[in-house]
Design a protein. Structure first.
Length: 147
């Protein structure tokens, strides 16, 4: 009986070692500081029927304007959306996998009122968003929020 328990234990330990020995994809889900700590974006799996990853602004460094009102999407090209609050705003939906620790999608920048196609890559606690407009490319790095 002891020998059987020992064999079962060794098989279980061997399985655990093999399972943890392979590189696991890093977890992009969670809250991220945007560049220069201007805001925090929560990345989560999109609710059905949408697929992929979705991101929502959950905090900004200046939540109120000079009159004490919540900051709104005043630079949006659609006048109907200019009064929506920044905090709680979805800035991307449907990011899709594009390889190991990589995604593709769009991101909306409320500071400019523009949407950009981006390639997203994750390395540890750093999330890099890289996009190009014509021949001009730029990137932004978000840092995982640990609050």
């Amino acid at each position: 009986m002891f020998v059987i328990r020992l064999i079962v234990s060794l098989v279980a330990v061997g399985s655990l070692v093999r399972a943890t020995g392979h590189a696991q994809p890093q977890d992009i889900l969670g809250v991220w500081w945007t560049e220069n700590n201007k805001g925090r974006v929560e990345i989560a799996k999109c609710a059905a029927p949408m697929q992929g990853l979705c991101g929502t602004i959950v905090w900004i460094s200046q939540p109120s304007d000079a009159q004490g009102r919540p900051q709104t999407d005043k630079k949006n090209k659609d006048p109907r959306l200019r009064n929506r609050p920044i905090v709680g705003m979805a800035v991307f939906e449907g990011w899709r996998p594009a390889g190991a620790n990589a995604w593709k999608g769009e991101v909306y920048d409320p500071e400019e009122g523009e949407t950009y196609d981006v390639d997203i890559s994750l390395a540890g606690d750093r999330l890099t968003l890289r996009g190009c407009v014509l021949l001009f490319c730029d990137s932004e790095t978000w840092i995982r929020y640990r609050g």
